[in-house]
Ligand binder design. Structure first.
Ligand code: SF4
Length: 210
């Protein structure tokens, strides 16, 4: 982990208008430190309705990070990302790459559950996204796979429809990024599963190159 790089990145975040940033000046920033800060976060109203903060989990040095949208009911109850039906589906997608859940890191844009699983509010995303950026900066994976439009649009500062951009590699802060469908969407739209599996094949191929 390169603490200086992380620190420079956090300074850049402030320049992007992310105010009230949680980070305090310390000699070395680690994922565990960030997790402690996030667990205590009350920056947005979701802190009043959540049962738990879902920071994310997995390999802190993963080559591949999956980014979803927000915790759902199961995730909120357990404090872990992607543990319901969609999570089981994501596990199968990961296995198609030839990896296991413990090999990758899995997190969301929002760390707290929006009530009734509604879409994230743009103001909530603005207040929370700095945590995600920091997680990615500290893990520094080779590839990021965004799940659904919210994760892609947050990282790319875009307003794209997932059907238009899925399966096309781009870059976030020098890291390769592949957008694909959210597993919840795939559970409702089985006809799209084939495309998602093609995306997993692309991930398998690109990870083989390193
Ligand atoms: S959603 Fe993010 S910004 Fe809002 S309280 Fe939770 S951790 Fe803080």
């Amino acid at each position: 982990m390169d603490a200086n790089k992380a620190r420079r990145f956090l300074e850049a975040l402030k320049g992007m208008g992310i105010e009230g940033y949680f980070f305090e000046r310390k000699d070395e920033l680690t994922l565990a430190m960030v997790q402690r800060e996030v667990k205590a976060c009350t920056q947005c109203p979701l802190s009043r309705t959540r049962k738990s903060v879902v920071f994310g989990e997995g390999n802190a040095r993963a080559d591949l990070v999956f980014v979803g949208e927000a915790p759902g009911e199961e995730e909120d109850a357990q404090g872990r990302p992607f543990v319901g039906r969609a999570g089981k589906f994501l596990d199968q997608m990961i296995q198609r790459i030839g990896l296991l859940r413990k090999d990758v890191f899995i997190c969301n844009v929002l760390k707290c559950r929006p009530p009734n699983n509604r879409d994230p509010d743009p103001a909530e995303v603005d207040m929370c996204k700095g945590y995600l950026f920091t997680q990615l900066q500290l893990i520094r994976p080779k590839v990021i796979c965004t799940l659904g439009r919210h994760a892609y649009n947050t990282l790319m500062n875009a307003d794209a429809r997932i059907t238009k951009i899925r399966g096309q590699f781009t870059e976030f802060n020098g890291i390769k990024l592949l957008p694909t469908y959210h597993p919840s969407f795939l559970l409702r739209n089985e006809e799209r599963v084939k495309e998602a599996l093609e995306d997993m094949e692309k991930l398998r191929e690109i990870l083989k190159k390193w």
